[in-house]
Design a protein around this ligand. Sequence first.
Ligand code: PGA
Length: 250
Amino acid sequence: MRKPFIAANWKMNKTVPEAEAFLSEFLPEVSNVTDADIVIAPPFTALKTVGEKLKGTNVILAAQNVFYEEKGAYTGEISPSMLLDAGCSYVIIGHSERRQYFNETDEIVNKKIKTALKNGLKVILCIGESLAQRQEGKTNDVLKEQLTNGLKDVDIENIVIAYEPIWAIGTGVTATPEQAEDAHSYIRKEISSIYGNKAEALRILYGGSVTPDNVNDLMTCPDVDGALVGGASLKPDSFSKIVKFKRTGG
Ligand code: PGA
């Protein structure tokens, strides 16, 4: 049984006071939740403060990005040890916005994953196809390529995968549960062809316009183990509703 994993990706939103205001409402709302991993990825500038507030709670800190070198003359970049120092357990790597706006290739993603894992961070690896790729019937090819190149020479033990179809991110168009399950079961199959049994324990999150209204249906899919939530994670009320999605038991 895979423990559900519900993560907030705040992207470039929230100052420190805004992050604090969110937590003072959100943390009491979810303090009784023990059957899911709850994760928040604030912007770098709020990591330290949010990390302090999360100490002793049931909510885990993540970063949205990391560099693939450990230290040195890389103006503007952030290293794994800096993230650990701020209290991060996870880092999101390969988000489509980073691939699209910051030219992150699978090769860069792979280097970042290796440095993050080597330094003791766990990784949320994002993959997903564009609308054009889906319409051309290339979804599985794209997923396979991102998985094989992104995870080259990497052990998946400390990895969570987020399937985020680009056409569903921030658009209000969610993948149907069938589309999500098709992609997730394909991802698990590909992972098992490389890693064998370990694929069974791998958590695969869905991301792309997840809301309190669609989370229950998505979470009933056998291979959907959680959600990576952007827009709907910015309000304590909607994100706590997503965290408290309806468990079906079993
Ligand atoms: P969204 O973003 O929930 O706003 O679609 C998801 C993501 O990019 O992780």
